[in-house]
Design a protein around this ligand. Structure first.
Ligand SMILES: C[S@@+](CC[C@H](N)C(=O)[O-])C[C@H]1O[C@@H](n2cnc3c(N)ncnc32)[C@H](O)[C@@H]1O
Length: 354
C-alpha cells in the first residue's frame, strides 16, 4: 500500500527546507505529491528531486515593492548591488542577511528574482519591524484595517484629511506597542508613512512621531496585492528587532550580507540620521566597521553602502581609512542634498565590499 510523508518529513529526509519542498511540489517536480487541505503529502518512496541550482538562481516570483517609503532607500543603487551579489565566482550563496533593512529596497528586489534558503533581516526601529511581522503573520487583518483608513481618508477634503491624519498620529503615539496592539500599530504606521511628508520617519525626544501630513493627491494606503506577495515571501525570513550585531550567529561563508547604515550627514542641515531618537555618529560608524571586520573572517560576502564624505570635503577620507582593507567603489546617484525636498543633485555614494 502506498504510504505518504508530510512536507516537513520530506524536508528532514532530503535535508532541504520545508518551504523548498512545497515549491518543488507546486512545480510538479515530485512525482505523486498531492495537496490535501492546505498541506502537501508526498509518497514515502519519492526520490529527492534533482535540485541542482545556484541557490540564488533567477526565479520569477511576483514583483515585490517596499511597503513603505524609507529615507535612504537604495532603489538607485540596486543594479550595482545586484551585480555584487551575483559576482561570486564559483561560490554558492544560500543565505541572505540585511541587518539594517529599513524599507528593504534591495531585499524586495532580490526576493522578486532570486531565492535563498535562509534569510535574516533586522532593524533597530521597533515600529518598522512590527510592521514586517504584521505582514508576515497577520496580513489579512492588516489589509482590512488599512482599507478602512483608505476608504475614510481619500474622499475627504484637505481639512478633513489633516484632521484624520492628526487623529491617527495621536493614536499611534498614544498606543504602546505590545502583542494586542501590534496589528493596529502596524496599520497606523503604514498609513502615516503613506500620507506624511516625504515618507519620513522622525521622532521627537519623547519618541513621538512628529512628521506633518504630506501633499499626496491620491496615495495608495493599502496595496493589497503587494502586501499579500510580501507576506508570502516573508514566511521564509527571520525578522529581528534590534542591533545589527545580533545577526552574527546567522552569518557564515555562504551568506550575502548587505549593510545600509544611516548616512553620515552630507550637509550640516541634513536630518538623515534621525530614524529613531538615537543618532548614528562617527563612533557608531567605527563600531559597525569593527563588526564587519569580525564577520569578514567567516568568509561571508559583505557589501556596505554609505554617503561619500568627499562630496562636500575632498580631504575627508573617513571611510577610505576605515575600510582600507576592502574594495571601495564610488557610484553616482541623485539624492536630496539637504533638508529641503527640492535640493536634489548628483552625488557620489560609496559601495564597499570584501
Ligand atoms: C539607510 S536606512 C536603510 C535603508 C534601506 N536600505 C532601504 O532600502 O530602505 C538605515 C536603517 O538602519 C537602521 N538602524 C540604525 N541603527 C541601527 C542599528 N544599530 N542596528 C540595526 N539597524 C539600525 C535604521 O532604523 C534605518 O532603518
Amino acid at each position: 500500500m502506498l504510504s505518504f510523508m508530510s512536507a516537513k518529513e520530506a524536508a528532514q529526509k532530503w535535508n532541504i527546507s520545508q518551504r523548498r519542498v512545497s515549491v518543488l511540489c507546486s512545480e510538479n517536480r515530485i512525482k505523486g505529491a498531492m495537496m490535501v487541505g492546505n498541506m502537501w503529502i508526498i509518497p514515502s518512496n519519492a526520490e529527492k528531486p534533482d535540485d541542482k541550482r545556484i541557490r540564488c538562481e533567477k526565479e520569477t516570483v511576483s514583483t515585490l515593492k517596499p511597503f513603505v517609503k524609507w529615507v535612504g532607500g537604495k532603489s538607485q543603487l540596486i543594479d550595482e548591488l545586484e551585480k555584487m551579489l551575483l559576482d561570486n565566482g564559483d561560490k554558492v550563496l544560500t543565505k541572505y542577511c540585511e541587518p539594517m533593512v529599513g524599507g528593504g529596497a534591495l531585499l524586495f528586489n532580490i526576493l522578486s528574482k532570486h531565492r535563498f534558503e535562509n534569510l535574516y533581516i533586522s532593524d533597530i526601529n521597533s515600529e518598522l519591524i512590527n510592521a514586517y511581522n504584521a505582514i508576515k503573520y497577520n496580513v489579512h487583518e492588516l489589509i482590512l484595517q488599512l482599507k478602512e483608513m483608505q476608504l475614510t481618508f481619500l474622499p475627504m477634503d484637505e481639512n478633513g484629511r489633516k484632521f484624520f491624519y492628526h487623529f491617527i498620529r495621536d493614536k499611534f503615539n498614544n498606543t504602546k506597542l505590545h502583542d494586542e496592539t501590534s496589528i493596529k500599530k502596524a496599520a497606523y504606521f503604514i498609513f502615516l508613512n503613506k500620507t506624511c511628508f516625504n515618507g519620513l520617519y522622525r521622532v521627537n525626544r519623547k519618541g513621538e512621531f512628529n512628521v506633518p501630513m504630506g501633499a499626496y493627491k491620491n496615495p495608495t494606503i493599502c496595496d493589497e496585492e503587494n502586501l499579500l506577495n510580501i507576506s508570502n515571501v516573508l514566511q521564509n525570513v527571520t525578522i529581528v528587532c534590534g542591533d545589527y550585531s545580533l545577526s552574527k550567529n546567522f552569518i557564515d561563508n555562504s551568506t550575502f550580507v548587505y549593510f545600509d547604515p544611516p548616512y553620515r550627514p552630507i550637509s550640516e542641515t541634513s536630518t538623515f540620521t534621525s530614524y529613531t531618537s538615537d543618532s548614528f555618529d562617527d563612533n557608531e560608524q567605527i563600531r559597525l566597521a569593527e563588526f564587519i571586520n569580525e564577520i569578514n573572517s567567516t568568509g561571508a560576502k559583505i557589501v556596505l553602502s554609505n554617503s561619500d564624505p568627499k562630496n562636500i570635503n575632498k580631504q575627508d577620507t573617513f571611510f577610505d581609512d576605515l575600510y582600507k582593507a576592502y574594495k571601495i567603489k564610488r557610484v553616482s546617484a541623485s539624492r536630496m542634498i539637504n533638508s529641503k525636498a527640492d535640493s536634489r543633485g548628483k552625488i557620489s555614494e560609496l559601495l564597499i565590499c570584501n
